[in-house]
Ligand binder design. Structure first.
Ligand code: PMT
Length: 454
């Protein structure tokens, strides 16, 4: 019987999923082999200990020296090389790995792996390891579409330890256009981080709003604010990494939304409210990071307003937008969905956050002093306080990605608590946070037959 993936390693802090991990990157012989160098560099930069195994054909595209220089470690190329086996025995590497990545995985290598071959550095590593194996296919579009390739890949993923990332669609080196491009190294890195993260939001549906809203004055001008969308996008990406089903309602933003997250682009507060209402059905939590414009012009001019026609002094009449979060709080029956608001403040941070917690009838306010340097609007870092009905918790200054994970830690804890309806009274009892649901890869049980003495 085929062994499942290893179950003896604790899931990692999702904010630092790759730090301190052992990853073996297996490079097969395809033109995308050069992109494996960038992948290895990114994994190394993220704090992983990276080893590289290469097939003989891969060495025709990139030399082992490239990977040796990037990893500062010998590269595993020959199963029958006495020196290599003495220094980095392939079974030792396979055992120590937290994750094995095959990138690029060519049609040939997928066929070989699917048939349990183990006669070169890559196939032996993949067969021997009990770590999860992430396959990143890359090949000609017709090879990719061939039923035998599909059958081989289906055979691989029917075994619990194998997962696939990509391929991407586009112009291929063989001059065909279509699916077959190696997934972008950043996407492979994210898939790797997901595989190594705790999946404590698996089975949860989260809706996150992000970015500003633009309220039109005329066809070219608008009332808006400085939100870049970075904080909300970081939250959506972090929740996705932890296994949640995430919908992102995104105002105008130059930041690309995360892969694997359903994104609804909106422009105005009214559009945001409509999209949020639709997305919120069955949601377990709604996180309102968006900087929704409180007011909009009473009317929108059909044509561009002319400077001459407005004179030296003019005024724009504004009307109030709905308070989307407060309406969600008012409409909520019971305690689901969990409602999380932000408070962008420039004074009396905690006092104002507490007022919003009560007036909007929500469970948690992320208080953000936007006058603090390197916090709030548009920057890549943030410093927030988590204000709930019981306590205030400081989240120290960090990247928006890390801050997002600390906010989600709190949300995971709150999912495990019994909350009073509408969050007005104190919770009656505090239960332990629900244990993380094991992800597909980590769920399969080992037979225990192949235990190795250390
Ligand atoms: O996008 P970035 O550049 O990364 O910046 C991040 C951020 C500063 C925008 C973010 O961290 C933040 O603080 N978001 C909340 C901005 C805001 O509108 O705060 P507020 O205090 O005005 O609103 C309180 C809450 O009510 C917010 O959750 C807001 O989404 C919501 N609201 C506000 C007005 C409105 N009409 N409807 C709402 O639902």
């Amino acid at each position: 019987m085929l062994e499942g993936p290893r179950t003896d390693r604790a899931p990692r802090d999702p904010a630092f999923a790759l730090t301190g991990s052992h990853i073996v990157v297996c490079v097969a012989g395809g033109i995308a082999a050069y992109k494996a160098a960038e992948l290895v560099r990114m994994l190394d930069k993220a704090g992983a200990t990276v080893h590289v195994a290469m097939t003989a054909r891969a060495q025709k595209f990139v030399t082992p020296m490239t990977f040796q220089a990037l990893t500062r470690r010998p590269v595993f190329t020959d199963l029958f090389n006495l020196t290599e086996e003495a220094t980095i025995g392939h079974i030792q590497l396979a055992d120590r790995a937290d994750l094995v990545i095959v990138a690029p995985a060519t049609a040939n290598s997928i066929a070989r792996l699917a048939n349990g071959m183990a006669d070169d550095a890559v196939s032996a590593m993949v067969l021997a390891t009990r770590a999860p194996v992430l396959i990143a296919p890359s090949m000609n579009v017709n090879m990719w579409n061939h039923p035998l390739t599909r059958e081989n890949l289906a055979k691989l993923v029917s075994v619990a330890k194998y997962q696939v990332v990509g391929p991407g669609d586009g112009f291929l080196a063989c001059r065909w256009t279509g699916p077959g491009r190696l997934a972008e190294p950043a996407d492979i890195v994210e898939a790797a981080a997901t595989l190594l993260s705790t999946q404590d939001l698996a089975g949860k549906k989260l809706v996150v709003s992000a970015g500003p809203t633009y309220e039109a004055i005329d066809p070219v001008r608008f009332v808006g604010n400085r939100s870049s969308g970075k904080m909300g996008i970081a939250l959506a990406a972090a929740a996705k990494r932890r296994g949640a089903d995430v919908t992102l309602i995104l105002g105008p933003s130059a930041v690309p939304p995360p892969i694997g997250v359903t994104t609804n682009n909106v422009e105005t507060a009214a559009q945001l409210q409509w999209a949020l209402e639709n997305a919120s059905k069955g949601a377990d939590a709604i996180i309102m990071t968006a900087a929704v414009a409180d007011y909009r012009p009473a009317s929108e001019a059909k044509e561009k307003l002319k400077r001459g026609a407005l004179g030296q002094k003019t005024a724009i009449e504004l009307v109030a937008n709905p308070d989307v979060l407060a309406e969600l709080g008012r409409a909520r029956k019971g305690t689901t969905p969990l409602l999380v608001g932000f408070a962008a403040e420039t004074e009396d941070l905690i006092e104002n956050a507490r007022k919003k917690l009560e007036s909007k009838q929500v469970d948690l306010i992320v208080a953000n002093d936007v006058s603090e340097p390197n916090a709030g609007f548009a920057v890549d870092t943030n410093h927030v306080q988590l204000v709930d009905h019981d306590e205030v918790t400081d989240v120290p200054p960090a990247s928006k990605a890390e801050v997002a994970h600390r906010i989600l830690d709190k949300i995971v804890m709150m999912f495990g608590e019994e909350r009073a309806p509408r969050g007005k009274a104190k919770p009656k009892a505090v239960a332990a946070a629900k244990p993380a649901k094991p992800q597909k890869l980590l769920a399969a049980k080992s037979t225990g037959k192949a235990k190795k003495r250390r």
